[in-house]
Design a protein around this ligand. Structure first.
Ligand code: NAD
Length: 341
C-alpha cells in the first residue's frame, strides 16, 4: 500500500546493499534511470563493492551502517535472504524507503514485523517479485480462465547461492505468488512433499493445489540438469504452454467446426524490456510521484500474504512428510559404479 502524500524530491539517491549475482544488475539499472543517482554500493566483500562502483558509479562501502543516512532517499536490499530482516529494519527505523528482493524475509514472522514497521513509520516497502513483470505472466493474466488444470515447473542446476532458505521460499515462491495474484485466497493446499538432496534444507518439492474449478501441480528444484520455468495450462478445448525463461507461448485449440482438428500457434511474446528494469523503474516512479504507477509492483502487504502461503505449505511438508522421507538422504552417497559411466 502506498503511503498517502509520500514523495521524495529529485534526484532520487539510491544505495544498493549486496552486489552479488543480482545486486550488480540493480546497480547497473539504477545507474541508467534518469533522475536517479546511484550513491552507494555496499557489499561485505570489498572486491564486489569496488568492482561494481567502478563499473556503474557510486561510493563503495563494506558496511551499510557507514552510509550517511541524510545522503540517501531509498535503498535496495539484494543480500542473502536471511539478512533481509535486520538490514530492512535498520533502514526502516531511519525512515528510508525500501526495495527488498524476494523473498521479503526468511520467515513469516519477520515479514509481518517489516510490514508493521512500514505502516507504523509510514515508510514504503516494495518487494522484488519480478515474475509479475514477465511478459509470459502478463499473457497468462490477460487470458486466464480459472477452470483449468495447470502443471508448473521451475527447476535449475545446483548453484551454491540462495541456499540459506528452502526451495519453496527461494524459488517456488515465484509461482505461488503469481497463482495467488490470479486466483486470490480461494486456493487450498491438497498435498505437498519436499526433500533435502544436497543441502540440509528442502532442495526439491512438489505441491498440489486446488481452487473452485481448478487444480495445479507445481514442481520446483535446484538440483536439475536443465533450466526450466514453464506453465502448462489445460482447459476445455485448449492447451497453453507459457515459457517464462524464453518468453514464448504455444497454444493448441480444438477447432469446434472440424471435430478432432486443432489449430496450433507458437509465438514469442512482445518484449517490453528487461523485467527487472521495468520493476525498478516502477519503484523509482512510485516514490517520485507519490502514487503507485504499476499494479505489478509488489507492496509489503502482498509480499507478506505470499510468504504466508509458502509457510502454510512448508508446515504441511514438515508436519506430515519430512520425518518419513528424510532417512533416504541420511546415509553417505555411494560412489557411482565405473561400469555405469
Ligand atoms: P549472491 O550471493 O550472489 O549476492 C549476495 C551478495 O550480498 C554477496 O555479494 C554478499 O557478499 C553480499 N552480502 C551478504 N551479506 C551482506 C551484508 N550484511 N551487507 C552487504 N552485503 C552483504 O546472491 P543473489 O543471487 O544475488 O541473491 C540475493 C537476493 O536476491 C536473495 O534474497 C535472492 O533470493 C534474491 N534473488 C531474487 C531473484 C528474483 O528473481 N527476483 C533472483 C535471484 C536472487
Amino acid at each position: 500500500m502506498m503511503r498517502s502524500g509520500y514523495r521524495v524530491e529529485k534526484p532520487l539517491r539510491v544505495a544498493v546493499i549486496g552486489v552479488g549475482h543480482l545486486g550488480r544488475h540493480h546497480a547497473r539499472i539504477f545507474s541508467q534511470i534518469p533522475h536517479v543517482e546511484l550513491r552507494y554500493v555496499v557489499d561485505i566483500r570489498k572486491d564486489r563493492a569496488s568492482s561494481t562502483a567502478s563499473m556503474f558509479g557510486g561510493i563503495p562501502l563494506q558496511d551499510y551502517r557507514k552510509i550517511p543516512l541524510h545522503e540517501i532517499d531509498a535503498v535496495s536490499i539484494v543480500t542473502p535472504t536471511t539478512t533481509h530482516f535486520s538490514i530492512a529494519r535498520y533502514f526502516l527505523e531511519h525512515h528510508i524507503p525500501l526495495f527488498v528482493e524476494k523473498p521479503l524475509t526468511a520467515t513469516v514472522e519477520e515479514a509481518r514485523e517489516i510490514q508493521r514497521l512500514s505502516e507504523a513509520m509510514d515508510v514504503p516497502v516494495y518487494v522484488g517479485h519480478v515474475e509479475r513483470f514477465n511478459p509470459a505472466y502478463q499473457y497468462i493474466k490477460q487470458n486466464f480462465q480459472p477452470v483449468c488444470f495447470m502443471e508448473i515447473t521451475r527447476v535449475h542446476p545446483f548453484v551454491p547461492r540462495s541456499t540459506d532458505v528452502d526451495i519453496l521460499t527461494d524459488l517456488m515462491i515465484h509461482d505461488l505468488d503469481l497463482l495467488r495474484c490470479l486466483i486470490g485466497s480461494d486456493i487450498r493446499v491438497v498435498d505437498a512433499i519436499g526433500v533435502p538432496v544436497v543441502t540440509e534444507k528442502i532442495d526439491a518439492a512438489s505441491v498440489r493445489l486446488e481452487w473452485p474449478g481448478g487444480r495445479a501441480n507445481l514442481v520446483a528444484s535446484r538440483v536439475s540438469r536443465v533450466h526450466m520455468r514453464r506453465w502448462n495450462i489445460f482447459a476445455e478445448g485448449r492447451y497453453m504452454m507459457a515459457d517464462f525463461q524464453h518468453r514464448e507461448v504455444s497454444i493448441i485449440r480444438l477447432d469446434y467446426n472440424n471435430p478432432l482438428m486443432f489449430t496450433n500457434r507458437d509465438f514469442r511474446l512482445r518484449d517490453f524490456g528487461e523485467p527487472l528494469d521495468r520493476e525498478l523503474r516502477a519503484f523509482v516512479n512510485t516514490l517520485m510521484t507519490g502514487r503507485p504507477v504499476s499494479p505489478e509492483l509488489t507492496d509489503v502487504a502482498s509480499a507478506v500474504r505470499t510468504l504466508e502461503f509458502v509457510d502454510s505449505i512448508l508446515r504441511i511438508i514438515h508436519d506430515d512428510r519430512m520425518r518419513e522421507l528424510s532417512p533416504w538422504v541420511a546415509p553417505p552417497v555411494p560412489e557411482i559404479s565405473p561400469l555405469l559411466s
